[in-house]
Every structure is written in C-alpha cells, then in structure tokens.
Design a protein around this ligand. Structure first.
Ligand code: SAH
Length: 216
C-alpha cells in the first residue's frame, strides 16, 4: 500500500506532541491531523515542518509550534459554525486549522508579503471560505463583527480594546500578553452577561503584535 510520509509525520505529531500533552478537543485533533503543515513552511524547511518547534516564515515572523497552535485552538472552546477573527495570518496555518474545525474564519495580517503569500496558498488549497484583510489587526475588523471567538497569534502588551468591543457576548478571546516583548502568558478572556473575566495560562514566546493597540 502507498504510504504518504507527510501524513505519517502529521499523525505522529498529533499523537506525540499534542494528544500526549493533554489536548482533548476532538475537532482540534482532527483538524491538525488533516491540515498539510508542510505546505505552510518555506521549501527548505519542509523536512522540519512536523517538528516540535516554531519555524521562520520570513520577514522576521514565525509559524507557531504545533502544540501552541493546538493549545490556543482548544482554549477557544469553539463549536462548528462559529464566526472567528484571527489577528496575525502569517503563514495561514492557524487559519487553515480553524477552517478545518468548521469555523467561519476572518483573518488579518499587517505585512503585505505574508498576506499575499497566504492568499495564494489558500487559493491553491481551495480554502476559499477564509476571508482575509491587510491591515493593523489591533483595530479588529469591525465591519464583519461581532465575533463569537477571537484569536491573536502575536504577543502584545495588553488586550486591544477594539477586539474586546468586537467580541460577541457570550464570547472568548485568546491572546498572548506580556509587559515585555518576546515573553508572554496566554490569556483566555471570556465575555458573558456583560462581564469580562481573564484567565492566565501557559508561558509562550510569540513575535510582536505591532500596531495602534500593540507595540509601536
Ligand atoms: N498565525 C500565524 C502566526 C504568524 S506569526 C501562523 O499560523 O503562521 C504572527 C503574525 O502576526 C506575523 O505574520 C505578523 O506580521 C502578524 N502581526 C503582527 N502584528 C499584527 C497586527 N497588528 N495586525 C495583523 N497582523 C499582525
């Protein structure tokens, strides 16, 4: 029988890096077993695509470690059909995972080159329902809101106020926040009945969220 080596690496990644570390959300595990992560990294790095680390994607940016993608996706506590806003499209991998989870994805990237690269990859993979915008995502995407879920995949000094405003009630927002650059804690923000609560989770190291409500 023909064995697809990328599929084998992907299933191993999900088993050893994700399920073994306690991720239980079936939709997350399923999505990460199907999205071809090796197509979201630079050609020279394809053999490392399923490794247990982040990888450079050019322009000083990175595609997150698989476990961090899984953890943030699980912290969203999302259900199929929900509308989600992602800030920081980057390679497009996280957006593709959210799409594979059955979510209605809106994603914003501030760097033109990465925006166009992700856009052509989505075309190639026929991920035509992912909506994209080239802009400062700390301002959100108000015209398409409110969003049931918001995920920020770059680290900022605080939770951007426009994103809190564009979060539906009930709604959940997940973001890496840190007073210093390069080191943050994942924060799960829940809005319910007009009240906002914040739960601080794992330590992470994301690239900078750059913008009006991020690092300047
Ligand atoms: N989710 C991405 C992670 C990319 S790294 C992936 O799966 O590959 C974070 C990305 O956030 C970078 O591409 C960076 O350019 C982008 N970014 C930083 N600040 C931003 C902002 N204010 N608005 C939109 N994108 C931003």
């Amino acid at each position: 029988m023909h064995r697809n080596p990328q599929k084998i690496s992907r299933e191993r990644m999900v088993r050893e890096q994700i399920a073994a570390r306690g991720i239980r959300d079936a939709a997350v595990l399923r999505a990460m077993s199907t999205v071809p992560r090796h197509l979201f990294v630079e050609e020279a790095l394809v053999s490392q695509a399923y490794g247990d680390y982040p990888l450079p994607i050019g322009y000083g940016q990175t595609i997150s470690q698989p476990y961090v993608v899984a953890l943030m996706s699980e912290l969203l506590e999302a259900q199929k059909g929900m509308r989600i806003l992602e800030i920081g499209t980057g390679s497009g991998y996280q957006a593709a995972v959210l799409d594979a989870m059955g979510l209605d994805v809106y994603t914003v990237e501030r760097l033109r080159e990465l925006y166009f690269k992700a856009s052509s990859l989505f075309m190639r993979l026929r991920l035509l329902s992912i909506r994209m915008k080239l802009d400062d995502g700390t301002l959100g995407w108000p015209e398409a809101g409110p969003y049931d879920r918001i995920i920020v995949t770059a680290g900022g000094p605080e939770v951007p106020e426009p994103l809190l405003e564009q979060l539906a009630d009930p709604g959940i927002l997940v973001i890496p926040v840190g007073a210093e650059r390069t080191s943050q804690r994942l924060v799960q923000v829940c809005k319910q009945g007009g009240k906002v609560t914040m739960d601080t989770r794992n330590s992470v190291a994301f690239v900078d969220l750059v913008g009006k409500h991020g690092w300047l």
